[in-house]
Design a protein around this ligand. Structure first.
Ligand code: ACO
Length: 498
């Protein structure tokens, strides 16, 4: 058996300690890696490259195992021509993607590339268009995970951007389309690579990075953890993981974790941890649009995709960024047959000029469309409140298999304050004591509309739950839905409002 083999420096010297091999060793089970096409080399004659060749041309491809499960891997060697992506790299990555589709295997890219190898010009560029095409063909069939271990530029940033997950290695990694020197020659602008593509930027602002880890080793380790939540392909179930907490368990702590006062913030991640197997939750895009938490938990040993309003951020309102984040996450879970659990504590859409002019209608429609179209089992629980259009967007009642609410939750078409100010505008203006009248009207509105029992009586929610019963309700309804079959009339696909 071939174990991890030596890489070669530009002078052809074997280097077992190179960054690329170190990353592969971190990634796969010890001794499980088989290298493919180890002797491939470029055929470029331009700009002195004819004399600069190394076996493998600065790209390692092969297959290995992660927790015993086979995976396909490619990894750039940053030490040869900046890890730049040559035509033969594209041919070999294309070969891996073909294999992934034939064998139903996840593909993991350890990216550390300064982009299309400029010496080769259009030869490398044209071949990479095939990689993009094949990446899209494999999307939704096998999980594709990109780890960014250094600088990833141009074409080397596009391939990861098409995959399911991007894991960045903190200060050691960047992603941008054109590097600082190209920008300087094109526009005269002077920028640093961190300013245009640092990991923190992509984690927090662009949302491109699903995970921002503390260095290369941690980034690679995260892939092993992430893969544990994912199936090998869209026709296989995600692995069942039993770490001694897969059975029913009461969750009375929820009554303390969720304050009765509608305006008091709390961390919904504590709620997710309380109800999930072994209190574990892997948050995805934690720093981007944190007002909606997304991530993976397990219930009864099975992976579940969780979307949860986060009252600690923007009071848990839905906005443009969180709608897009949620839509993408829903479609990812639906691709890989991962059930969805939505935990709502949402005061509505974030109001204001900034959100309206940024296109909150369209962004919300994307989430609404994605959620309604998803055919996996869908559960929703209103933890404390669900107001306005954000409720049918986050967990559309009609498209959800089961909707529950905690007993003291409020469900209303808009918050009582906004509703009373509109309905009773004239009465309030004319009142001798408008403050007292408003308080009374608020109580009346809450009693009439803003409570979960109204929705339960009308059948809009399937039942009211005590906090202590939330985990058990999730477990038993996911079990009931395990063999859910849902049909859609024949069509090429829906027309998601992109
Ligand atoms: C569609 C496309 O992809 S076009 C390409 C777009 N790519 C870019 O704009 C990025 C261009 N490269 C850069 O900006 C910088 O190389 C960075 C920021 C990625 C890295 O900077 P540094 O760490 O300082 O590395 P440096 O610039 O010295 O590059 C290392 C080596 O890789 C080479 N190299 C860098 N980028 C490329 C490239 N795209 N193609 C071929 N060789 C490259 C450099 O010439 C250098 O070679 P050398 O060892 O012979 O000196």
């Amino acid at each position: 058996m071939t174990t991890v083999q030596a890489s070669f420096s530009a002078t052809g010297t074997p280097r077992r300690d190179s960054a690329v091999w170190q990353a592969i060793e971190w990634l796969v089970d010890s001794g499980s890696f088989y290298q493919l096409d180890a002797l491939s080399e470029h055929d470029c004659q331009h700009f002195g490259t004819a004399g600069r060749k190394v076996p493998g041309d600065g790209l390692v491809t092969g297959h290995g195992r992660i927790d015993g499960r086979p995976v396909l891997v490619y990894a750039h060697d940053r030490d040869f021509l900046g890890g730049s992506s040559s035509r033969v790299h594209a041919v070999r990555i294309g070969k891996l993607l073909d294999m992934a589709l034939q064998l139903g295997l996840p593909v993991i890219g350890l990216n550390d590339s300064s982009g299309i190898r400029i010496h080769e010009g259009v030869d490398a560029g044209a071949q990479f268009s095939e990689v993009f095409h094949k990446t899209v063909k494999a999307s939704g069939v096998v999980p594709q995970i990109s780890v960014i271990l250094g600088d990833c530029a141009g074409g080397a940033a596009y391939a990861p951007a098409l995959t399911d997950f991007i894991v960045m290695a903190g200060a050691e990694s960047t992603m941008f389309l054109t590097g600082p020197s190209v920008i300087r020659s094109a526009t005269g602008e002077s920028v640093t690579k961190e300013e245009i593509g640092g990991a923190q930027l992509h984690a927090e602002v662009t949302g491109l990075a699903h995970f921002n880890c503390d260095g290369r080793e941690q980034a690679v380790a995260l892939v092993r953890e992430l893969l544990g939540y994912l199936p090998q392909n869209n026709a296989s179930p995600a692995p069942r993981v039993d770490r001694g907490d897969t059975g029913p368990r009461r969750t009375p702590r929820l009554e303390q974790l969720i304050p009765a006062n509608q305006n008091e913030p709390y961390d919904v991640l504590d709620v997710v941890a309380e109800i999930a197997d072994n209190n574990e939750f892997l948050e995805v895009q934690a720093e981007y649009a944190p007002n909606l938490a997304t991530g993976f938990a397990r219930f009864g040993g099975r992976t579940v995709g969780v979307l949860a309003s986060q009252p600690l951020q923007r009071a848990g309102c839905l906005d443009v960024d969180s709608s897009l984040k949620g839509a993408r996450f829903v479609r990812l879970c639906d691709s890989f047959d991962i059930p969805l659990l939505t935990l709502l504590d949402v005061p509505g859409y974030l109001p204001g000029r900034e959100q309206e002019t940024r296109g909150i209608i369209g962004a919300g429609a994307k989430l609404l469309h994605a959620y309604c179209e998803a055919s996996v089992p869908k559960l929703a629980i209103v933890l404390r409140k669900a107001y306005g259009g954000a409720y049918p967007t986050l967990a559309n009642w009609s498209a959800t298999d089961f909707t529950f609410a905690l007993e003291r939750a409020e469900i209303a078409v808009m918050g009582p304050e906004g509703a009373v100010d509109i309905i009773f505008r004239r009465e309030l203006a004319a009142a001798a004591d408008p403050v007292a009248l408003r308080e009374k009207l608020l109580d009346d509105y809450r009693a009439a509309h803003a409570n979960a029992s109204y929705s339960a009586k009308k059948g809009y929610v399937d039942g009211l739950l005590a906090g202590a019963d939330v985990r058990n309700a999730v477990l038993s309804h996911l079990q009931l839905l395990a063999d859910k079959v849902s049909g859609t009339p024949a069509r090429r696909h829906s027309n998601i409002p992109l």
